[in-house]
Design a protein. Sequence first.
Lengths: 116, 113
Amino acid sequence: GAGVSQSPSNKVTEKGKDVELRCDPISGHTALYWYRQSLGQGLEFLIYFQGNSAPDKSGLPSDRFSAERTGGSVSTLTIQRTQQEDSAVYLCASSLVSGGTTDTQYFGPGTRLTVL
Amino acid sequence: ILNVEQSPQSLHVQEGDSTNFTCSFPSSNFYALHWYRWETAKSPEALFVMTLNGDEKKKGRISATLNTKEGYSYLYIKGSQPEDSATYLCALPRGSTLGRLYFGRGTQLTVWP
């Protein structure tokens, strides 16, 4: 079946512009996660959606970052007034069961964001 | 914050060599450990989920062991092939009910033909 898909694959933007990154999880997966990897850093958790519960936003680095998940499926990560330090690969993942510590998270190919 | 350390940062081996690398983590409040392989321009791929002290998992030429009492896991690759070239990541959840993962920085493996 289809895996997790993300769009766009690459995004170049100017400092101060807003960007939207999209994630289509695997059909039927109830949990959805956003991570990012900045240059030289490990994967960093951003936000986690679990079914119909309120999302865990504790990893968002600033109030310029927000995310929503519509209809329990597609998710959009929005970065407002982008800064150069936002340049990173943004990865989305989904898992079948919500919130389990042993749930395998299936990752998309990522969106490489470059802020000039 | 959960401190996950991986070593070495990078590794270069010849085709046919066997190799291993380490993931270290705090031994208290352990719930699970995940290993992923991330090839360039592809999605990170799940390799193993490990939960029990002494656990050993195997997938083809790749295997992993877990020691939760001393806080480390080893990943072994037997007879490395160029297609094994990738970054190998380990990750752990912080809580018993939280699915978010804390990742190490990874070990970048390059296998030369």
